[in-house]
Design a protein around this ligand. Structure first.
Ligand code: UDP
Ligand code: MG
Length: 218
């Protein structure tokens, strides 16, 4: 349905030629349960390394809020239900954000893509639209038990204003994570592409491990 709305995804993306005139983007996918600390750690990475942080969730929330967006209501429903938005929407937001970043400053070609790919559909969308345009260096996996994840999100919910930081949405988000996202992490693991950090500790302890990984992997 969404595919038809968009027509062919490839009609909307600029030519491979345009992308090849820039440095090939280097991407780290950042994954982990809701509340695992992806956003917090990405901010710290940006302070210390030459990376641009793109949160798929933030891009979707911005699109939800954009006046005139034809997808606003759909995105709102999916987020509240803890479901994963059809990739045709998400991948175009990610591609556009990467393009805009590199257009502003061609030296900014290193990206942390946070909260993506979350399921098979996301992965397929990446393959269709981005695989030839960008290199995925590795997956940074914030490993954290469900209980800690839920407690952190409930705490965050006191001030985040997010429609999905409540117990009902969280139960659904955890289910989506376990059923859809873990298999994607496992898949990358079989290719030796996952760097795992124990994320159940305090921010600075987690970041010390993150820093070691990035110092080594660039
Ligand atoms: N979401 C999605 N596709 C994505 C990223 C996020 O559909 O690629 C939606 C999904 O409904 C998810 C919500 O946005 O539950 C919040 O995602 P976010 O990454 O902001 O949550 P976090 O995991 O950081 O708590
Ligand atoms: Mg986040």
């Amino acid at each position: 349905m969404i595919c038809r709305l968009f027509g062919s995804v490839s009609q909307k993306v600029p030519s491979v030629l345009y992308w090849s005139s820039l440095m090939k983007p280097q991407v780290v996918f950042v994954l982990g349960g809701p509340g695992a600390g992806k956003g917090t750690q990405c901010s710290k990475i940006v302070e210390n390394f030459n990376y641009t942080h793109l949160s798929a969730g933030d891009l979707l929330r911005a699109e939800r809020a954009r006046e005139g967006s034809e997808f606003g209501q759909l995105i709102a429903n999916y987020i509240k239900e803890g479901k994963i938005v059809p990739v045709e929407i998400t991948i175009n937001l990610i591609r556009k954000a990467m393009e805009e970043t590199m257009q502003r400053d061609e030296k900014k070609f290193r990206f942390l893509i946070d909260g993506f790919p979350r399921n098979e559909d996301n992965l397929q969308g990446w393959r269709d639209v981005m695989e030839e345009r960008a290199d995925v260096k590795f997956v940074l996996f914030f490993d954290c038990g469900n209980k800690v994840c839920i407690d952190r999100c409930l705490e965050r919910g006191k001030s985040s204003g997010r429609t999905d930081d409540n117990r009902e949405s969280l139960e659904k988000r955890i289910q989506t994570y376990l059923q859809s996202t873990r298999p994607i992490i496992d898949l990358y693991q079989t290719h030796g592409k996952v760097r795992t950090v124990d994320a159940a500790r305090c921010v600075d302890e987690v970041f010390a491990d993150v820093k070691t990984i990035l110092d080594k992997e660039g």
